[in-house]
Design a protein around this ligand. Structure first.
Ligand SMILES: C[S@@+](CC[C@H](N)C(=O)[O-])C[C@H]1O[C@@H](n2cnc3c(N)ncnc32)[C@H](O)[C@@H]1O
Length: 360
């Protein structure tokens, strides 16, 4: 039976499952979920086997908030022999299809991490054998399918494929970012990943460039401000808590000890509003909509902190607040949310208006 396998942060299987089931049903694709708590892997077993590829063509991965990466199964779980694992994998693939790339993957758990050395070792002979059989072209072109091998142990694997045009470029959908030693907090990686994920690299020169003005709400001690400063921006950092001295010394940061919900910029020259305030997510969503619709900023990147229960419903409700506000003013907009790798009990949202707010 064919399933769509989805990778998420361990502990968020319910949210990931609820979301794929809902979004698949909008596309008239139905199935049932199988999930194990804290494994970070969700199976959506399809009622109709043919529909795996249909789903991958219709739902952009970027629209799935809680899914890091996904593939459609080509096989059930295969038991591998102790020797000749490569041959067993090649054989079970057959020669009908070709793939542009191979991803060796595991669950994002301690057991999974323990398998990564095994995967790296096996990848070398497996690639060679797949190339020899012309199953793997490795042209790395976006158009081709990507072959996934998800290992549960050294002797158990599921094989599947994703579409090169609708897949994460990272193994298991996880970008590995280096923590910059000068950054004042680990939170810095969240904004670094968010920029990488939401803003196409070929637009960084205009949208993430030096000289732009930014406001950081809930900035202390300055991990997010650091990301803006290192890109050469001038930042107003709002927080009652202290900012790292190293950032203040750059001369690019103004620190204001005021309430982030009350601060209004004096000039309409702010490009980025970023916000990591620990606050009720619906309050943050309303504030972000106000900033954008009042023209206080051009783009907003912010976290919605999630409650313990009903996390998927909460995100949907908060995004609806933004959509309703934008629709009321009849503006075109871009709005994406993702549970990024460096996020924990929160999702990151990017929003910007694509048309001016009509003046009445
Ligand atoms: C998760 S921390 C921010 C970490 C920061 N992004 C970094 O990378 O270092 C949340 C911050 O929000 C601030 N905060 C919470 N409510 C606020 C409010 N109403 N106005 C301003 N800051 C607020 C807190 O003081 C706290 O420093």
């Amino acid at each position: 039976m064919t399933a769509v396998v989805l990778y998420c942060r361990p502990g968020f299987e319910k949210e990931c499952g609820a979301e794929i089931q809902e979004k698949a049903s909008w596309n008239e694709v139905y199935g049932y979920l199988e999930l194990t708590k804290n494994q970070g892997i969700v199976y959506f077993h399809l009622n109709n086997s043919e529909e795996g590829e249909v789903l991958m063509q219709r739902i952009p991965l970027k629209r799935l908030i809680f899914t890091r990466q996904w593939f459609v199964t080509l096989t059930d779980k295969i038991d591998l022999p102790d020797y000749n694992r490569v041959e067993a994998i090649v054989e079970s693939l057959g020669k009908e299809w070709q793939y542009a790339d191979l991803r060796m993957e595991t669950a994002d758990t301690n057991d999974g991490k323990a398998l990564s050395k095994f995967c790296r070792k096996l990848a070398v002979p497996l690639r060679q054998a797949l190339r020899k059989e012309k199953i793997l072209t490795e042209k790395h072109d976006n158009e081709g399918a990507v072959l996934h091998a998800l290992f549960f142990s050294g002797s158990e694997v599921i094989l599947g494929f994703s579409l090169g045009t609708n897949t994460s470029p990272h193994v298991m959908g996880i970008p590995r970012l280096k923590f910059p030693n000068q950054a004042p907090s680990r939170s810095t990686l969240k904004l670094d990943e968010a920029f990488l994920y939401f803003i196409p690299k070929d637009e960084w020169e205009t949208r993430l460039t030096s000289g732009l003005n930014a406001v950081d709400l809930g900035a202390a001690p300055g991990g997010w401000t650091y990301q803006l400063v290192r890109r050469g921006m001038m930042v107003t950092s709002i927080d009652n808590g202290p900012m790292a001295e190293s950032l203040m010394e750059t001369g690019q940061v103004k620190h204001r000890m005021v309430d982030g919900f009350k601060y209004i910029p004096q000039k309409q020259n702010v490009h980025w509003l970023v916000c990591d305030m620990i606050e009720k997510p619906d309050r943050v969503a309303k504030l972000m909509a106000q900033w954008l619709l009042n023209g206080y900023c051009k783009e907003a990147m912010f976290n919605l902190k999630l409650p313990m229960k009903g996390r998927y419903a909460e995100v949907v409700k908060d995004l609806q607040i933004l959509k309703d506000a934008f629709s009321e003013y009849n503006v075109k907009y871009e709005l994406f949310a993702k549970h990024l790798y460096y996020d924990r009990e929160e999702v990151t949202v990017h929003a910007r208006l694509l048309s001016p707010v009509p003046i009445f």
